[in-house]
Design a protein around this ligand. Sequence first.
Ligand SMILES: Nc1nc2c(ncn2[C@@H]2O[C@H](COP(=O)(O)OP(=O)(O)OP(=O)(O)O)[C@@H](O)[C@H]2O)c(=O)[nH]1
Ligand SMILES: [Mg+2]
Length: 289
Amino acid sequence: MPVFSLGSKLKALFSKGESLEDFYDDLEDILIESDIGVKTSLELITILKDKKIKAKDELGVLKELRDIISGYIKTWDMELERGKLNVFLVLGVNGVGKTTTIAKLASYYKKRNSVDSVLAAGDTFRAAAIDQLVFHGDKLGMKVVKQKPGADPGAVIYDSIANAKAGGKELVIADTAGRMHNKANLVRELQKIDKIVTAKAGEVNYRKVIVIDATTGQNGLRQAEIFHEAVGIDGVILAKYDSMSKGGIVVPVSRELGIPVAFIGIGEKYEDLIPFNKENYLNNLLDID
Ligand SMILES: Nc1nc2c(ncn2[C@@H]2O[C@H](COP(=O)(O)OP(=O)(O)OP(=O)(O)O)[C@@H](O)[C@H]2O)c(=O)[nH]1
Ligand SMILES: [Mg+2]
C-alpha cells in the first residue's frame, strides 16, 4: 500500500505552475485529504493568503505550513507523578489499538521509571479482551485485575486502584471497551467509570488518554470529540503510525479540541511506542529532510 504523502503531493502541486487561486484550492484539498480537517485546513489557507505567500515559493510555503502547524500541535510528555498513584484510563473505539498500547505503556514505564503497573481489565464487554490483557500481563510480569465478562468496568477499575495502593504500586493502566450496544450506552458507561476515579482525585493523578488509529482518517476527529465531550480527554496516543498514514489527524485533534499528543505507536511490539516528537513528526508530514 503506498504511503499517503502530503509532501509528495505538495511537490507535484508546486510543479504544476497553476494560478494562485487554483494553487490555494488544490492545496486546501490536499490538506483535507491528509486528515488535517476541514476547519484547520481552511484556517491554514487563509493565513497563507493573508501572508501573500507565493505559489512558486516552494520552500516558503513548506516553511510557513510547518511553522503554523507547529503552533497548532500541543504535546504532553505523560510523565508519572512520582510518589503518588497514577491512573491512566485508556479510551478509544474498538480496534484502534488500546489493549496493545496499554501493554506498551506498561513496558515503557518499567524501562523508564522502573515502575510496575497494575493493568485493569476494564473492557468487560468481551471475554477475549480480558484474556488479551492477561496474556500481556503474564508476558510483562505485571498484575492484571479482572472480573468476569459482563462485570461492571467501574468496579474492576476501583479494585485495581485498591490493589495498586495495597501493593505500593505507582501506576494503574486501565483498559476500556470501545464498543457498546450504542453510543449513549458507551458514554454512560464511561461517565460512570470517570466518576469513580474522579472521586479519588485528591489521592491519585488521574489522566484520560484516547488512542486514535492513524489509518482511520478524519473519523478520528469525530471519535476524539465524542470521548472528549463524554469525559474530557487529557491526551492522544496515535497508534499504527507505521502504517500507510502520516497521522495528519493529530493536527485537528490538537487544534480544534485542544488535546495534546503524548505518544505514537509504530508497530506491534512492546518497544514500538515512542514519545511524540513534534519536529520529527512535522518533517515526516511535510516530507522535509
Ligand atoms: N502496525 C501496528 N499495529 C498496531 C499498533 N497498535 C496496535 N496494533 C494492532 O492493532 C490491532 C488491534 O489492537 P488492539 O490493541 O487489540 O486494539 P483495541 O483497541 O484494544 O481493540 P478492541 O479491544 O477490539 O476494541 C492488533 O492487531 C494490534 O497488534 C501499531 O502501533 N502499529
Ligand atoms: Mg482491546
